[in-house]
Design a protein around this ligand. Structure first.
Ligand SMILES: Nc1nc2c(c(=O)[nH]1)N=C([C@H](O)[C@H](O)COP(=O)(O)OP(=O)(O)OP(=O)(O)O)CN2
Ligand SMILES: [Zn+2]
Length: 136
């Protein structure tokens, strides 16, 4: 029997969607207002879910306080109030779309979670736009 535990988190960050190897015209055509050279910001909401068996001794899949600490160290401290393009090494050569941010977050958290557990992240970039990544 497997059970999923989830923890919500939140961070604010600025970004610009563009490719350095494209002209301004092509970036504007593809990314529109998200290509503003002066950046723009989002209030990101994150849901991190871990699936695994319940430990019969503790009754936990994993201690949610431990998961909260991992999210604080791997996501909030590294991304909150940052300019993703300028401040975060992972996005120096990677467009900080919601899809790419979700994959970067998943890879950071995956390293900290027991291999036998499944991991899923859902990242809300706006109240209506969100992406899901499960490492598949
Ligand atoms: N597949 C993706 N498409 C878009 C992404 C993305 O990361 N992946 N990002 C953006 C913009 O950065 C931003 O998220 C768009 O914001 P906005 O158009 O304001 O979206 P809202 O949901 O707030 O507003 P609506 O009026 O509901 O469109 C664009 N595309
Ligand atoms: Zn944006």
């Amino acid at each position: 029997m497997k059970v999923t535990i989830s923890r919500k988190a939140h961070f604010n960050a600025a970004h610009r969607l563009y490719r350095k190897d494209w002209s301004l015209e092509k970036n504007d055509a593809v990314f529109g207002k998200c290509n503003n050279p002066n950046f723009h910001g989002h209030n990101y909401d994150l849901i991190v879910s871990v699936t695994g068996p319940i430990d019969p001794e503790t009754g936990f899949v994993m201690d949610v306080k431990f998961l909260a600490e991992i999210i604080k160290e791997e996501v909030e401290l590294q991304l909150d109030h940052k300019n993703l393009n300028l401040d975060v090494p992972e996005f120096q050569d990677l467009n900080p779309t919601a899809e790419n941010i979700a994959v970067v977050i998943w890879n950071k958290i995956r390293k900290r979670i027991q291999k036998t557990f499944e991991l899923e992240v859902v990242l809300y970039e706006t109240a209506r736009n969100f992406v899901t990544y499960k490492g598949e």
